[in-house]
Design a protein around this ligand. Structure first.
Ligand SMILES: Cc1cc2nc3c(=O)[nH]c(=O)nc-3n(C[C@H](O)[C@H](O)[C@H](O)COP(=O)(O)OP(=O)(O)OC[C@H]3O[C@@H](n4cnc5c(N)ncnc54)[C@H](O)[C@@H]3O)c2cc1C
Length: 325
């Protein structure tokens, strides 16, 4: 299981494969978990989701950006999405990764880009969430959130329950709207729990704490056991539905998404779009290899076989080289 997870996390960060994937377009089944490649297509998908009583968090796919031009292009695209949300009156907010807007290039450059995005969104009353990435970017990302939150009230962030420090971070940022998740990256045991049972227990503990003490809680999970537990918890503690929402990723557990809406819970779907889908999709496979079911027969064509073969080769090579060291 760990080998499979390592495989998908490893390839998710491979530059060559990410570039190849952009050229191939939405293949490998990604069209089932990505709303579209253009803003127009995505806004159409969002309209269909909104009519079901579900709000959306829009993610302009992209991360690990090392060129200023690329970061500026991403910013321009996010600004256009904000304009579209406003123009169409969509029930949606922005969710973004600091590394996409230049965190790995220069902190001040990233801050300026983020501020421009948050400022435009603020003008229209649109919320902006800062996704959290791997541990190496954690503190810098929190510093950015904190600095921006001093000037704007429409920002929030994510707490990843697998980190030992998550409880402390939760306490520090309880006045922001927070999404709590288990955590999607591969982290060392000096900073993060490795056991599913430990992660799940901390996840529940953090959600409960924030529901009782925080501002607003977004519970980002596909785990029905956690969802059922939280339903009981809010009932027992008389926590009203407007204090929290459930969130799931676009294309995952659609029936459960609709069921929760029917039961009267607030629900938000995380909607990724764009051509930079490879890393995102590989992390979903790392979490749950059965997600490969989202790959339909039609798309499992020659090109996708090639890309998977290259991926497997690159991974095997990586492991071999590691062993030799
Ligand atoms: C809206 C949202 C936003 C996120 N944002 C971030 C972020 O900013 N940073 C970050 O690090 N991570 C983020 N994540 C990813 C998150 O950290 C987890 O890696 C991911 O959600 C997998 O954990 P899980 O809680 O969904 O359940 P898992 O632990 O993967 O699964 C638990 C159980 O739930 C059931 N299950 C799960 N998925 C399915 C399915 N598709 N079909 C049927 N049963 C299923 C299975 O029984 C499984 O054993 C986000 C996730 C969501 C949903």
């Amino acid at each position: 299981m760990t080998v499979i997870r390592d495989f998908f996390i490893g390839v998710s960060r491979n530059e060559l494969l990410n570039e190849a994937a952009k050229k191939y377009g939405l293949k490998l089944g990604a069209q089932n978990v990505v709303a579209g490649t253009t803003i127009e297509e995505t806004m159409e998908s969002i309209k269909k989701i909104n009519v079901q009583g579900i709000s959306c968090a829009i993610d302009n796919l992209g991360e690990f950006v090392f060129e200023k031009d690329e970061a500026l292009k991403a910013k321009a695209s996010i600004l256009s999405v904000i304009e579209e949300i406003h123009k169409r009156g969509a029930d949606a907010h922005i969710t973004l990764k600091p590394s996409q807007l230049g965190l790995d290039i220069d902190y001040d450059f990233c801050f300026e880009n983020l501020e421009e995005v948050v400022s435009l969104a603020n003008k229209y009353g649109i919320f902006v969430n800062f996704d959290m990435e791997d541990y190496s970017r954690l503190q810098a990302s929190f510093n950015l959130v904190e600095a921006i939150a001093e000037k704007y009230d429409n920002v929030g962030t994510v707490i990843q329950a697998y980190f030992y420090r998550a409880e402390e971070d939760l306490n520090r940022y309880k006045n922001l709207r927070l999404r709590i998740v288990k955590g999607a990256y591969k982290e060392n045991d000096d900073v993060a729990y490795q056991d599913k049972a430990d992660i799940d227990a901390n996840f529940i503990k953090l959600i409960e704490w924030n529901l009782l003490n925080g501002k607003f809680t977004s519970i980002g999970t596909h785990d029905h056991d956690v969802i059922n537990h939280i339903k009981q918890f809010v009932k027992k503690h008389n926590i009203s539905n407007d204090k929290f929402e459930f969130q799931m990723l676009f294309g995952f557990r659609i029936e459960l998404q609709q069921q929760l809406v029917k039961e009267g819970y607030n629900f938000c779907t995380y909607v990724p779009f764009g051509d930079d889908w490879f890393g995102y999709f590989m992390r979903r496979l790392a979490e749950r290899p059965q997600n490969i079911n989202l790959v339909t027969k039609q798309v499992f064509n020659k090109k996708t076989n090639t890309i998977l073969a290259i991926a497997a080769g690159a991974f095997a090579l990586g492991r071999l080289t590691k062993k030799k060291k």
